[in-house]
Design a protein around this ligand. Sequence first.
Ligand code: SF4
Length: 328
Amino acid sequence: MADLLDIRNLSVAFDTDSGKVYAVNNLSLKIGRKETLGLVGETGAGKTTTALAVMKLIQSPPGKITSGEIILEGQDLMRVPEKDMFNIRGNKISMIFQDPMTSLNPVMTVGEQISEVIELHQKLSKDELRKKTEEMLEVVGIRKERINDYPHQFSGGMKQRVVIAMALACNPELIIADEPTTALDVTIQAQVLELMKNLKEKYDTSMILITHDLGVVAEICDYVSVIYAGSIVEYASVKDMYETPGHPYTKGLFNSIPSLDEDVESLTTIKGNPPDPSALPSGCRFHPRCDKCMEICKHTNPEFQEVSPGHFIACHLFKKGEGESENG
Ligand code: SF4
């Protein structure tokens, strides 16, 4: 299947008092039609910056995409002028942010806000617009009678439903959801995730789900990319990733989540902290935290390579097509 989105060697830098800081480094990832890709990593790993770069919403200055290609349906978004990006955002790619209040205007009714998105991209009569807005509310499980209510009249989970309705209003090819349930109560999180999963199937939309929660990924995603210090260190199907994680960082992420099946007294955390983007370690960026670190890791950045069909890892423990070496 042809890729819907193909990001190649993307780098994003920010000007700071201490010089240029790279939040995303030579990052590559792909997503096919109707697929859901989980983008997983710790806070500060570059997940949101990657999403904003795809939307071409990096604020400049201080930020800038310094290199790379972002190919959407064969078109390099890096070459698309800003006036045309307006049509791509909403129509082809939509974004759902962590906090629904980031996307909602407190002084407009939810109906006005959904209508506004539809009107920007579709020419509809007044009656058609109202009908479409009511339809979108009902699609996300909100009664159409609430069309004239304001955001403050809704709970957190209901506000996020409104944001999902806005994201879906123009039937985009791709939705980028940035930690969409993190700000919600646990019980509401499950409902919103279930809704997103159902709507994704109903609308045949592809989705990049940004999260630090591997449980959410298992629930909803087809593929997973693990990001560390602005680069992808492992990519595989959810099944492969959960059955045979390879990169020591991915293994650390798995070891740090609680399991219902095992009687564990304490969880293992990954030692140390994520690196400061203004002073990234040489060689493998993970080497100061890695228990398997070898001499080569300290000075040579490992290649991102396919170690078994469809499973890619950037780590010196692995050789192309041969799986893990004896050192692992
Ligand atoms: Fe650890 Fe070396 Fe692999 Fe990096 S390349 S994850 S330091 S073993």
